[in-house]
Design a protein around this ligand. Structure first.
Ligand code: SAM
Ligand code: CA
Length: 241
């Protein structure tokens, strides 16, 4: 890349908010790439060729999600926002053989791009893919008593403006002690950008929603929260009541 184009950690699509590119690279090269599953690498490299590749979860965040699933002994999970399936594969690889992921996305085509690699990894049987907008699917699940409190972990990575609406439904679907992970809660750092800052349209579009969402979570005593600065920020919410 030409020198004048290089934006380092400030570039849109850069996969970390860490203020040092060298330190981020150090983390990837020392602790992440050497332990990356070969199918995760294959899917990451395939996704990198896709025009919307900046939507994909960062390699270090996917590594973290994989570890979290094992620490939690998660078995029944949900993901909202699949794209080519990078975070989905990280989750599927961590679940036990009989583990389950309900994967929801309005677009099946991108999921199909990654599916052959998910199959090759031997974990496709854990995934039930549902195509459609998440909100009505969640409403339907809220009406199904068997689904209430049934999920150990839910990863939310779609349609940021609806996070609060998702939260009101997901809080009933996650079990007490289970965790909902909301992705991109630092929204490219824009949550602290001055009101006149020049921002890409899609960042500006959801900035205020994300700020309101972060405030609402902090005030929600049904959950304990931990906001991590991995990737673009992920807020873990553990249901306590
Ligand atoms: N977790 C994915 C990964 O690691 O590659 C990235 C997900 S990407 C940021 C967001 C996805 O949400 C897109 O694939 C998009 O089709 C999907 N999406 C957008 N609006 C949605 C909605 N209302 N309901 C369900 N999925 C939606
Ligand atoms: Ca994301």
């Amino acid at each position: 890349m030409a020198n004048e184009e290089y934006q380092g950690h400030q570039g849109i699509g850069h996969k970390s908010l860490l203020r040092s590119d060298a330190l981020y690279q150090y983390i990837l090269e020392t602790s992440v790439y050497p332990r990356e599953h070969e199918c995760m690498k294959e899917l990451r490299e395939l996704t990198a060729k896709h025009p919307l590749n900046e939507m994909s979860t960062s390699v270090d965040e996917a590594h973290f999600i994989n570890m979290l699933m094992k620490l939690m002994n998660a078995k029944n999970t949900m993901e909202i926002g699949v794209y080519t399936g990078y975070s989905l594969l990280a989750t599927a690889l961590a679940l036990p053989h009989h583990g389950k992921i309900l994967a929801i996305d309005i677009n099946r085509d991108d999921y199909e791009i990654g599916l052959p690699i998910i199959k090759k990894a031997g974990v496709a049987h854990k995934i039930e893919f549902k195509e459609g907008p998440a909100l009505p699917i969640l409403d339907q699940m809220n009406d199904d008593v068997g689904r209430l409190g049934a999920f150990d972990f839910i990863f939310v990575d779609a349609d940021k403006n609806n996070y609060l609406n998702y939260h009101e439904r997901l809080i009933k679907l996650i079990k007490v002690g289970g965790v909902i992970g909301y992705d991109n809660t630092l929204w490219n750092g824009s949550v602290v950008a001055p009101s006149d800052a020049r921002l890409p349209n899609y960042i500006r579009y959801s900035k205020d929603f994300m700020i309101e969402f972060n405030k609402a979570l902090a005030a929600d005593h049904r959950v304990e929260i931990s906001q991590l600065s991995v990737g673009d920020g992920i807020t873990l919410c553990r249901r306590v009541s």
